[in-house]
Design a protein around this ligand. Sequence first.
Ligand code: MV4
Length: 504
Amino acid sequence: MQTDSKSSTLISKILIANRGEIALRIMRSAKEMGIKTVAVFSEADRSALHVRYADEAVCIGPAPSNQSYLVGEKIIAACKTTGAQAIHPGYGFLSENASFAQLVADAGLILVGPSPHAMEVMGNKLSAKAAALRYNIPMVPGTEEAVEDIEEAKHRAVEVGFPILIKAAAGGGGKGMRIVEKAEDFEEQMQLAVSEATSAFGDGSVFIERYVSSPRHIEIQVLGDNYGNVIHLFERECSVQRRHQKVVEEAPSSVLTPEIREAMGKCAVDVARSVSYSGAGTVEFILDENLDFFFLEMNTRLQVEHPVTELITGVDLVKEQIRIASGEKLSFTQDDLKISGHAIELRVYAEDPANNFLPDIGTLLTYKTPKGNGVRVDDGFEQGMEIPIYYDPMIAKLITYGKDRAEALKRMVRAIAEYEITGIETTLAFGKFVMQHEAFTSGNFDTHFVGKYFKPENLSSANGDEALIAAIIATKLFQEEKYADAPPFIGAPSSSWRKNRLKY
Ligand code: MV4
């Protein structure tokens, strides 16, 4: 499928304006294409893996991201110093910042991503919906413009029908979103939504949609080139999330029929066309109980969960992004693409699932990744490294592939058991809980999965190590009694036994 086209004439050196696993992910593809890589790093990331992996590295300031990874001028200056012709922004940080995209263009550099215009239109939910409306894309009934006057807004809410959802036009990640069950509550919720949106985004515009109460979250990966060719690479199912943070993603979705898949794919391509989209993008939909789907928004970046799409299509999305940015035409058509097998991704966070998922920072005392058939780990750490407090707490993405969903799931359970992390709490045991839950294994779940089924008590019972722990304690007590009068000897079981033996 992927042609090994000659390395780009426009790009011989690329700067990766990111850190962690995604910076490494991008550099690996660049290296395979014969493109030199430049890392940028903050003072907290001096010894990070992405810095060591790159051909060159430039320090761009102190640890806080607003003094380093978020400062566009420093990134552009680093390109000038090193002679990099292009910037890959990864995800997060500057990746969806239209002003930065414009700054890059004005500096005569190539941004691996869509135009500043496409970013700007899709960066606002209302302008995104307005663009999509011209292509007759299905959308949840609601207001097409921002609602300002409260009485007028309430009138519109009654027309739409309760329950409704008030959303911030500039919003993302569920911020500024309020569910309103009945008309009496409307004024209060609207005021709260406006003030939340104003403080979070500096833009208080809100709009109304009918609330779809138990949706599945399904997104379509698209690729567009600079010659008007747009294709889709099928869907990713992302319904297992916790407070708008995705936890598990998979491809394909177990609920889509070939007909719905094709219809959603066509809609996603049209949404991309509405802004002459170039590069890799993701069109988000919700799917209701009747399997009707509605366009929500478009993300104009490479997403965290892109590997599941790569595994089922055989396409290296980062290479395609770079080829498109260097002015190449898409080397394949929609008809060349098909789904092979099934892939599941588990995000491993440095968070304590037993303690309300509080971020847990510290040193990776043990860090051993699973290996073998059908296992891919995208990470940015090694044993002995510290997880810095300044950035996202994601340690790794554990991705498994199989000929079908059952095989991918079994591999995932096996891979979780092989993964050894001590020194910090992680979401691995939580992942095991999800993978073994009947609602997940049967495919009968929606965006409420975590809230509906997960309680911290589930963790210990899902763990299955009680017998092992009991045996270790018994042995230790026995030895302590036996040698109570003897001096401590070298090699005696140390008090760190628990950290070293606990496995998921
Ligand atoms: C919705 C919805 C139900 N009805 N819109 C959440 C974040 C943003 N991307 C859109 N979101 C939702 N919009 C209507 N009209 C439910 C959600 C939603 C959700 C969507 C995708 C993934 C997870 C979610 C979790 C809660 C709510």
